[in-house]
Design a protein around this ligand. Structure first.
Ligand code: T5A
Ligand code: NA
Length: 211
């Protein structure tokens, strides 16, 4: 049986990741594909609850500590993700280690460089496709709900957007596709489906998940 694919959504806060992630999961499952939906942070685990308290401003964490908690929250899910993919299920994830690296690096803490941030993420399965929903911080801020959580501030979001470009250049980057997320919901959806179809129909299935 061919393995499933690992498809990841990335982007600024309010770029439309959750909306598009849900839409893609329904679309693929309606077409009869075995597909599973995940999100990071996964706020349901004990580590995820610590992250949730931090994001909502109910607790403080030292910058390196919260970075490692976000990373640990991915590592605790790796065995399950790999089991699904090896069983032929495609896994679609709302945020992954790209977010992990760029949000921490955007804090401008001198000992929390992008390179430092990437280390604890090394060895996580690499996405077959990373859909980067690109939008300016100004346009994202016009959408509902922005400004409630810790990182939802314009200066930080501007740095996050630049760092997504930087990490694409320094990382492998071959899985990365940029989508103009300022378009209508339907236009964004159409582009995403096109890229997902092409990723899923690629039959290099003998190849294991990259690390
Ligand atoms: N973080 C995360 C780290 O620091 N390190 C890590 O390792 C990880 C994994 C929470 C925070 O944690 C940080 C990053 C974040 O700051 P989260 O739980 O994913 O991460 O929360 P958010 O990204 O904040 O999720 P949001 O819900 O804010 O953004 P989405 O999912 O991008 O946006 P979505 O789909 O909910 O849409 C937002 C609004 O816009 C509308 C929607 O209807 C909705 O109202 N919308 C559109 N409007 C017009 N045109 C379109 N094309 C639209 N698409 C959606
Ligand atoms: Na979201």
């Amino acid at each position: 049986m061919p393995r499933g694919k690992l498809i990841v959504f990335e982007g600024l806060d309010r770029s439309g990741k959750s909306t598009q992630c849900e839409s893609l999961v329904s679309y693929l499952s309606e077409r009869g594909l075995s597909v599973k939906h995940r999100r990071f942070p996964d706020r349901t685990t004990p580590i995820g609850q610590m992250i949730n308290n931090y994001l909502q401003g109910q607790s403080e964490q030292e910058d390196h500590v919260i970075h490692l908690l976000f990373s640990a929250n991915r590592w605790e899910a790796v065995a399950a993700i790999e089991a699904d993919i090896n069983a032929g299920t495609t896994v679609v994830i709302d945020r992954y280690y790209y977010s992990g690296c760029v949000y921490s690096a955007a804090k401008n803490n001198p000992s929390l460089t992008l390179a430092w941030c990437r280390h604890p993420e090394e060895g996580l399965p690499r996405p077959d496709l990373c859909l980067f929903l690109d939008i300016s911080a100004e346009d994202a801020a016009k959408r509902g709900g922005w400004g409630e959580e810790r990182y939802e501030k314009k200066e930080l979001q501007d740095r996050v957007r630049q760092l997504f470009t930087d990490i694409r250049a320094t990382d492998d980057g071959s899985d990365f596709v940029t989508i103009n997320a300022g378009q209508s919901l339907e236009e964004v959806e159409r582009e995403i489906r096109r890229h997902a179809e092409s990723c899923i129909s690629t039959t290099d299935d003998a190849s294991p998940l990259r690390r």
